[in-house]
Design a protein around this ligand. Structure first.
Ligand code: ZN
Length: 112
């Protein structure tokens, strides 16, 4: 009976790790292809193509923000909290756009 319980727990653990590995691999793939996916999208407001240049700038801006946030957190002894979204203006209509590189949606940012 004890062996059965440990066997079942082991299987559950294995299934859990498998599920986690699949999730991590999917997120890594989505991140790797994010720039190309964003470049191929259209603005949700005007339908204009985002293009490779604007997508590259959006990614570079995000990397700069992450670096700054990391430095700020390190200097202040705080825990790093990073907004995963790329924020950039539409190259055609300048609508403020938000792209989550781990997802597939391009949205117009809420005006605050
Ligand atoms: Zn637009």
């Amino acid at each position: 009976m004890v062996e059965f319980i440990f066997g079942a727990l082991g299987l559950l653990l294995l299934a859990g790790f498998g599920w986690l590995a699949v999730g991590v691999a999917r997120a890594a793939r989505l991140h790797r292809t994010a720039t190309e996916r964003l470049a191929a999208m259209g603005c949700p407001r005007c339908g204009g193509a985002i293009g490779v240049d604007a997508a590259g700038v959006a990614r570079a801006d995000w990397l700069v923000r992450v670096h700054r946030a990391h430095e700020h957190a390190r200097q202040n002894g705080r825990i790093l909290r990073v907004d995963p979204c790329w924020r950039f203006p539409c190259p055609a209509c300048e609508a403020p756009l938000v792209f989550d590189p781990s997802g597939t949606e391009l949205l117009v940012a809420e005006q605050t």
